[in-house]
Design a protein around this ligand. Structure first.
Ligand code: B3K
Ligand code: ZN
Length: 877
């Protein structure tokens, strides 16, 4: 494998930039295959710095270069595939370059590209260097003046960051717009969009009374689908004022939705660009999960205006400085808008599904990584979601007031700067007069700590002795692990179901406390415990750890029914289900008939019918842990038995609770008026979970019920739930529903993604053949990331039983497509490739097949840096 050609970048080698760029003037003459970009950069050597001036630049065709208007001789500069170096640059000068770029050929979707005829940019992390020569690093902050020229027909709308300062007709069928952004920003926040766009408009008045024009720009005809995103934006703006005291800082805020985008969205200053999937919604085409995602992502990008844009990262190793913090902020926003308990459960499920496997696999890295080959590979669940947990623990340590004091100091000190994670922790510490040094290893140590709990009740002394022990497995490049400070929020639930008072060293702490496990082990003796109380640990998931606690079935049932913390109630059910399912897996492997635990099903039934509980919570509480989660709990992973055990338990629940499920299904029918709010969505979720369990019983009545629900559905949530049941049951109803769905939505780009994905995730044996056939569907294209993720990504990541087919056909198929995709869009290819890192966890036969497929990709001539890094680490780790 040719890894030598890709350099490794290290945090330890960070050096401040030798030149500053005080001002940038860009002018674009837009044309699909030959756009000219002229850049005038006001450059100044930084005090005390020596050395040549190196500007990054890739895939640029340099047409001219001058210093202070004087053309440069050929030996005054050198141009390579990655940049331009000026050996003897003066200490203060204006550098002017003119380059030609090709937006149409740009299938990487980094830099300037076209999506459905719309010009658009994506610069984070290092896309700006594909637009012009520039020190493309986040610690070079400049003000930008951007002139955009384009055809009035093809590009009636011309947008960039900041304020529109001039607009004129050029008389030759072209026009120009000039935008100025008064806030200094790094190049990764630059954006330009031009094309035929409709707008959906509104205004927001900030807390100091300034009126802000809000515009969401979409492909023609899509404006009616922007109402929810606009509402989410206005609520985000208000929430950031109310909770964080942060006000928007310009008079205009634009969002553009495009069809082809490498990720969810991008927080460019005052010109956010979104994957259309996270903007467009109406009840017929968007599920409740889509609505929730739109709210969260619109919030997330908006919140970046302060956490990311006003204060940015010094270098890309500090990515979590803005991402972990902004995820924490968007999670809190959604929690304040919806049910806090439900949001917390969803976030933890996501962390366990995506981040825990990452932390336990060959790509494990700390929240603040120490090295990378390709930075785009580090927009990970660890940097984002674990990063948010690291912020959440600081919030818990300092309390809301203390945390807000820390945020205030952070902005006082660093507004307009590019800083580090250490600067953030220092602001938190200094604002609260606390030493937080001990907390910092959470940023630098990879791996999920495992905390083992044990306890003993002594009836004579009326004490309960609780011991907590922590250990973290080695991760690639980090053999030695240290004890981390683990805040463990906990309580004791008496055998009568009532909370006990916690008395430690004679001190009454009330019903709940936070223990700090900051060494290998901690033992606490709770006094005055007169019955065999059960510890309820890591309430609210106070620390991102794996907890191993020896609960008996009866103890789990007690916590499921009585824990005052809703997260802990949910967790008790999940852990009970996990133990039960893993027992069934062991039985299946030993060819024994698995034991189905009736006590467990009865406990599920009690939650199902407990009308005092929020329906959204009930829906989550009766959902079994995923196959991937179960796989995480065992080595080697018994892929087939996990699937089989889960199917059997689902079926048993469906059959045993069929009366309650049918009754609930009938009771929860809505009155036909769609409301996207959390309460109505919660009722739909519970009703559809009931439908899914009834479907799991696989009776003809269940199939008929699902088909009827499909036919009469008046919203996408219900339609998709019914379709999900049907796609698991071979037969005419399934084919009829899939054909109907296709006919209804074949012209809708976003909805067709759902149609591709649901077929790719079907557990039926012919799924791979179907997926292969769908590659030829006119709507499918390897150049469209959403389509690739829907069809190939859903198969590789959302269909364990078919992806891990024993003959290796699933692996071979996905690798073939990733080799093809790597040439078009390395970033998206590398993202999907990560799943091949799990080969070591599999039984020998599958491990060999998966590894062989991965090796085949690794040896491909001309493989991108992105995929090379993932493949190399996955093979080595
Ligand atoms: N900051 C962008 C992600 C950019 C990803 C580049 N590979 C979106 C976000 O986190 O808000
Ligand atoms: Zn972000």
């Amino acid at each position: 494998m040719k890894t030598e050609q890709h350099a490794v970048i290290r945090l330890s080698e960070y050096a401040a930039p030798s030149y500053a760029v005080a001002g940038v003037a860009l002018s674009f003459d837009l044309a699909p295959t030959g756009t000219t970009v002229r850049a005038d950069l006001k450059i100044e050597r930084s005090a005390g710095q020596t050395g040549p001036l190196t500007l990054d630049g890739e895939a640029l065709d340099l047409k001219s270069i001058t210093i202070d208007g004087q053309p440069l001789g050929d030996n005054a500069y050198t141009v390579t595939e990655t940049g331009l170096t000026l050996a003897d640059a003066p200490s203060k000068f204006t550098l002017t370059t003119e380059v030609l770029i090709d937006p149409v050929e740009n299938t990487r979707l980094e830099g300037l590209y076209q999506s459905n005829g719309i010009f658009c940019t994506q610069c984070e992390a290092e896309g700006f260097r594909r637009i012009t020569y520039f020190p493309d690093r986040p610690d070079v902050l400049s003000t930008y003046r951007v002139t955009v020229r384009g055809s009035k027909d093809v590009c009636p709308i011309l947008l960039s960051n900041g304020n529109l300062v001039e607009q004129r007709d050029l008389g030759d069928g072209r026009h120009e717009a000039v935008w100025e952004d008064p806030f200094p920003k790094p190049s990764y926040l630059f954006a330009l969009v031009a094309g035929k766009l409709d707008s959906y408009e509104d205004t927001f008045t900030t807390m100091s009374g300034r009126k802000v024009d809000l515009k969401i720009w979409v492909e023609p005809g899509n404006a009616p689908y922007c109402a929810y995103a606009m509402d989410a934006l206005k609520r985000s703006m208000k929430w950031d004022e109310d909770r964080f005291g942060l006000e928007y800082d310009l008079d205009i805020f634009n969002i553009v939705a495009v069809s082809d985008f490498n990720m969810g969205a991008m927080e460019n200053k005052s010109l956010n660009v979104f994957n259309a999937k996270y903007i467009l919604a109406d009840p017929e085409t968007a599920t409740d999960a889509d609505y929730a995602n739109i709210e969260a992502i619109v919030g997330h990008e908006y919140f970046h205006n302060w956490t990311g844009n006003r204060v940015t990262c010094r270098d890309w190793f500090q990515l979590s400085l803005k991402e972990g913090l902004t995820v924490f902020r968007d999670q809190e926003f959604s929690a304040d808008m919806r049910s806090r308990a439900v949001k917390r459960i969803q976030d933890v499920r996501m962390l366990r599904a995506r981040q825990f496997p990452e932390d336990a696999g060959p790509l494990a890295h700390p929240v603040r990584p120490e090295s990378y080959m390709e930075i785009n590979n580090f927009y990970t669940a660890t940097v984002y979601e674990k990063g948010a947990e690291v912020i959440r623990m600081q919030h818990a340590l300092l309390g809301e007031d203390g945390f807000q004091k820390g945020m205030k100091l952070y902005f006082e000190r660093h507004d307009g700067q590019a800083v580090t994670c250490d600067d953030f922790v220092a602001a938190m510490a200094d604002a609260n007069g606390r030493d937080m040094t001990g907390f910092k290893p959470w940023y630098s140590q990879a791996g999920t700590p495992k905390v083992t709990a044990s306890w003993r009740h002594d009836a004579t002394s009326k004490t309960l002795t609780l011991t907590l022990t922590q250990a973290t497995e080695p991760t690639p490049g980090q053999k030695q692990k240290q004890a981390l400070p683990i805040p463990m929020r906990m309580g004791l639930v008496g055998s009568d179901g009532k909370p006990c008072n916690l008395i430690l060293d004679g001190q009454d702490l009330g019903a709940e406390t936070v223990l700090m496990l900051d060494e290998d082990s901690l033992t606490c003796v709770f006094e005055g415990v007169d019955n065999a109380a059960v510890p309820s640990l890591n309430r609210g998931f106070s620390a991102p750890i794996v907890l191993k606690a020896p609960y008996s079935a009866a103890e789990s049932i007690l916590l499921m029914g009585h824990d005052p913390d809703p997260f802990a109630r949910w967790e008790a059910g999940q852990q009970y289900a996990t133990a039960l399912l893993l027992g069934m897996v062991a039985d299946l492997r030993e060819k024994r008939e698995p034991v189905l635990d009736e006590g467990f099903i009865a406990a599920f039934g009690r939650i199902l019918t407990d009308s005092s509980l929020d329906p959204a919570f009930r829906s989550l509480a009766i959902t079994l842990p995923s196959e991937d989660y179960l796989a995480e709990q065992m080595r080697p992973v018994a892929v087939d038995e996990i699937h089989e055990a889960r199917q059997r338990l689902r079926k048993a629940i469906g059959e045993t609770l069929s009366r309650d499920l049918s009754r609930l299904h009938a009771e929860l029918a809505d009155d036909g008026r769609f409301d996207p709010g959390a309460d109505a969505a919660g009722r739909r979720a519970l009703r559809n979970t009931a439908l899914i369990y009834l479907g799991a019983a696989e009776t003809p009545e269940a199939v008929t019920l699902a088909k009827t629900r499909y036919d009469i559905a008046d919203n996408m949530t219900d339609r998709m739930a019914a379709l999900a049941v049907l796609t698991e049951c071979a037969g005419p109803e399934r084919e009829a529903a899939l054909a109907d769905f296709h006919d209804r939505f074949k012209d809708d780009e976003q909805v067709m993604d759902k149609w591709f994905a649901i077929q790719a995730m079907s557990g039926l044996p012919d799924t791979l053949d179907r997926v292969k056939a769908l590659l030829d569907h006119p709507r499918f294209s390897m150049k469209k990331p959403n389509k690739v993720r829907a069809l190939i990504g859903s198969f590789a990541m959302g269909n364990p039983i078919r992806f891990h087919a024993a003959d290796g056909s699933g692996y071979d198929f996905v690798i073939d497509k990733l080799i093809e995709l790597d040439r078009l869009n390395p970033q998206v290819a590398a993202r999907l490739l990560g799943t091949f890192g799990q080969w070591r966890r599999l039984p020998a036969d599958r491990a060999r097949l998966m590894k062989t497929a991965l090796e085949r990709l690794a040896e491909t001539e001309g493989l991108s840096r992105d995929s090379t890094e993932i493949a190399t680490k996955s093979l080595a780790g």
